[in-house]
Ligand binder design. Structure first.
Ligand code: ATP
Length: 299
């Protein structure tokens, strides 16, 4: 009943297939990277772009394949338009799952996720997805040209001008290394072509997200250390892309946590504490202080 004018059978079978294909936690981001192309019809398609106000209201969730394990039991989180929220929490606490719910890879069992005050279950899934960019730690690049890999973020790849491509490539710190490649933007990467470094792949993913120009960004910060130079280039590109967008980031770096408007501490199925870095540090018995003792964030 939540969908307006949608063929519910079609949509639910699509998600059933998707659920089957999600095997392990680390694959959530891979799925998020890979599934933009499927146009899903039905649901409301607002005429204007979203402001980027995200609310998780009393969300309860278990994975369909593991219904005995409650991931969220009463999760409440409000992310104001244009703000950056850093989600922290122990491994397996559900940080990636938060992102997956926003992208409608799964729906809550109870409670709901709202975008600009609208339950996302009532919105057209493709429309929602169109306004959300993702940058994961290990982005999925296709064994195609760099250009195709970037244009994959666009709804109308054919209409992207070369000026536009160059602009996002520069912003994402991709342009410089692309210039060094034998065929520039037409160089094929991956199994059939040139192997990119981890940092280069992340920057291509940032360029892909930039071409989409989404109001909302989901970031999964890299845990594995890149060399200092590559790290700096990724960081710089990320800082540029975050401007003016609502950002939900799974933070692994201390600097990100310090810069976040809000840090949300996820534990035992809910957000147990939130505030900015200074605020959370002052709470000596708080969950954030506790987490900092056990988790080494990269500086
Ligand atoms: P990490 O910091 O280790 O990446 P996380 O906080 O992001 O973890 P999630 O990846 O959201 O945690 O996973 C939360 C829990 O749900 C974990 O116990 C994970 O094993 C489980 N899980 C993740 N994806 C699925 C899935 N598709 N099916 C069943 N269980 C899953």
């Amino acid at each position: 009943a939540a969908y307006i004018g949608v063929s519910v059978g079609g949509l639910s079978s699509f998600y059933t297939e998707l659920n089957k294909s999600v095997g392990a936690a680390q694959r959530i981001w891979e799925i998020m990277d890979r599934t933009p192309a499927i146009p899903v019809t039905g649901g409301l398609t607002p005429l204007t772009d979203p402001q980027g106000h995200i609310e998780y209201k009393n969300v309860k969730f278990s994975y369909p394949s593991r219904q005995d394990t409650e991931i969220f039991r009463d999760l409440v989180l409000d992310i104001a338009p244009g703000k950056m929220v850093a989600v922290v929490g122990p491994s397996g606490s559900g940080k990636s799952t938060l992102a997956a719910l926003l992208l409608r890879l799964y729906d809550p069992i109870d409670g709901a996720v709202y975008l600009d005050g609208q339950n996302i279950r009532d919105l057209n899934p493709s429309w929602v997805k169109k306004h959300i960019g993702t940058v994961s730690q290990e982005p999925v690049l296709f064994s195609n040209s760099i250009k195709d890999n970037i244009l994959y973020g666009s709804e109308n790849p054919a209409q992207v001008t070369s000026e536009e491509l160059i602009r996002v490539a520069k912003e994402a710190n991709v342009y410089e290394f692309v210039q060094q490649l034998p065929q520039g933007f037409d160089t094929v990467v991956g199994e059939r072509g040139v192997m990119l470094s981890g940092g280069q792949k992340q920057r291509v993913a940032i360029a892909r997200a930039l071409i989409k120009d989404p109001k909302i960004l989901l970031l999964d910060e890299a845990t594995s250390a890149l060399d200092a130079q590559s790290e700096r280039l990724v960081q710089e590109a990320l800082e540029r892309i975050m401007k003016g967008r609502t950002v939900l980031t799974i933070a692994h770096r201390l600097s990100t946590i310090q810069n976040a408007d809000t840090i949300a501490v996820l534990r035992d199925g809910l957000i147990v504490e939130q505030g900015n870095y200074q605020e959370l540090l002052q709470n000596e018995k708080g969950a954030f202080r506790e987490l900092m003792k056990h988790q080494a964030f990269q500086s």
